[in-house]
Design a protein around this ligand. Structure first.
Ligand SMILES: Nc1ncnc2c1ncn2[C@@H]1O[C@H](COP(=O)(O)OP(=O)(O)OP(=O)(O)O)[C@@H](O)[C@H]1O
Length: 477
């Protein structure tokens, strides 16, 4: 598809419920070109969503381009009730705007927002503000609407607002971008491969309704001194005429670490390269740096997972997707911080540390958030080593599995994780034969020191990077 073609046509989220898939629904598959969960509309600039009300909640029946050009004056998808309140429909006129329907079942009840992500629905009670009261229908991602205020030991205090530095980046003319194909469709945005000034780039497109997510992510990329080999390079931002927002990024040739590990096994040296670049990137992100008058505050990633780490052609990892990150702004002194994401955190469920699962932590605290990143880092190192053929010599390397997939099955739920990780204090299984390998006990120790149930006992990202360097010098051919 050419750039102008993709930029001018409407993009809608595409999903047709298989269980209610009738001839009626089938017609939506023909109204545009479908790529994964995105449809590029042929005849309309309107996206549509149909939801069935099941147990008082909207469940996706159809998300697609509308079948013909009709009136759709709203930028966001606001529900209209049809057929005796059992079905609701919404139409809207910005890219991917049907990813998110707002609906009030009864005027006196709180408003529900139903959001789509890769076949899932998340219901958020917008008026409910505590972690314990969020409602969850999917096993992979959740939204927390307020920080639990219990104290986290040994933490920095959060104090008054401060002036914050950003690096001004130039606006990019969207006409100079040539979009080529969709490479990823996340919860908030769609990522395309494209060309900009002769170079391969990635273009992250946020629908108009997700401006706050665009701004949150841009803010992290625009921090001073954010250039590092372990962090995806940011090239600039742009805006499409329909109001959707673009972030232009370096293209990572192997895509996400998740897809890389699904497709490839590694040897010991390549696995170390992945692990080292990953922990160095995280250590840099967590660092508080000053260079003359420039200041990079520490940043907690907040949503580390193998989908939010990318692999470059040289076999190194880069961190991406800072939409849930927290910038710890330095204010009056070295131990005084202003956390910038006020009341919404999102994470991928199976990477949640036990203290987040239990809600027993102050999510507004800098140290707790960074300790949460280290737990997720431990799971990522395990994912990488579980695909290393040198650690399975003489046997078959297992297929790539997400954390806790073999322990809890493919459909990991919040309840099963709380039971397994928090109540039983169990972790990922480390293959027994690793104990017989020269580097086996060092690997085991490193993993358990990352995912310790006591957040204070966990390593720092820099310490993980240092241990990996000594692993390389002790146990490399
Ligand atoms: N720079 C890039 N190069 C190559 N592929 C990329 C790039 N950025 C993102 N992707 C692909 O797109 C997917 C989604 O990207 P990203 O996580 O940034 O989107 P998102 O909407 O913020 O997702 P999430 O649901 O995690 O919030 C990634 O998992 C990856 O497969």
């Amino acid at each position: 598809m050419s750039n102008q073609f993709l930029l001018q046509k409407r993009w809608c989220v595409f999903q047709v419920n298989r269980t209610t898939n009738t001839q009626q629904n089938y017609k939506y598959t023909t109204v545009g070109n479908v790529s994964g969960s995105v449809q590029v509309c042929e005849n309309t600039h309107c996206c549509v969503g149909y939801f069935l009300i099941i147990n008082g909640r909207p469940e996706v029946d159809v998300l697609a381009c509308d079948v013909a050009e009709k009136s759709c004056p709203d930028a966001t998808c606001k529900a209209q009730t049809l057929l005796n309140s059992h079905v609701i429909k919404c139409v809207c006129n910005t890219d991917l705007c049907n990813s998110n329907v707002t609906w009030a079942p009864h005027s006196e009840q709180p408003r529900l927002t139903s959001s789509y992500s890769e076949g899932m629905i998340i219901i958020i009670l917008l008026s409910s503000r505590r972690l314990s009261s969020f409602e969850l229908q999917d096993s992979s991602t959740f939204i927390i609407l307020e920080e639990n205020q219990q104290a986290c030991p040994r933490d920095y205090s959060v104090s008054t607002l401060c002036s914050c530095q950003t690096t001004k980046t130039s606006e990019i003319d969207v006409d100079d971008i040539e979009l080529q194909r969709i490479v990823g469709c996340g919860y908030f945005a769609t990522v395309c491969q494209g060309k900009y000034q002769g170079s391969m780039v990635a273009v992250k497109v946020f629908p108009a309704g997700w401006e706050h997510k665009f701004t949150a992510e841009k803010e992290v990329y625009e921090l001073p001194l954010m250039k590092h080999a372990g962090i995806l390079h940011f090239l600039g931002t742009g805006r499409k005429p329909d109001g959707s927002w673009l972030i232009l990024l370096q293209f990572a040739e192997h895509g996400s670490l998740h897809s890389f590990l699904c497709e490839h096994t590694t040897n010991w040296m390549l696995s170390l390269k992945l692990c080292q670049s990953l922990s160095q990137g995280l250590s840099y992100l967590h660092s508080d740096l000053r260079n003359y008058d420039e200041h990079k505050p520490p940043v907690a990633h907040g949503d580390l997972s193998s989908s939010n780490v990318l692999v470059r052609a040289d076999g190194t990892c880069v961190l991406c997707d800072f939409g849930c990150s927290t910038i710890l702004r330095s204010c009056s002194g070295p131990h005084s911080w202003q956390s910038s994401t006020a009341n919404m955190k999102l994470g991928t469920l199976c990477y949640m540390p036990p203290e987040f699962l239990e809600g027993s932590v102050n999510l507004g605290s800098s140290l707790c958030l960074m300790q949460g990143d280290i737990y997720a880092l431990g799971l990522l190192l395990w994912e990488i080593w579980m695909r290393c053929s040198d650690l399975f010599e003489g046997s078959i390397v297992p297929e790539h599995l997400l954390p806790y997939e073999s322990e809890l099955g493919g459909n990991v739920t919040l309840e099963s994780l709380i039971t397994y990780v928090s109540n039983m204090d169990k972790r990922l299984s480390i293959p027994e034969h690793w104990g017989l390998l020269p580097q086996g006990s060092a690997l085991q120790e490193l993993l358990t020191d990352c995912w310790d149930c006591d957040p204070d006992a966990r390593l720092t990202a820099q310490c993980v990077a240092d241990r990996l360097v000594s692993l390389q010098s002790c146990f490399s051919p």
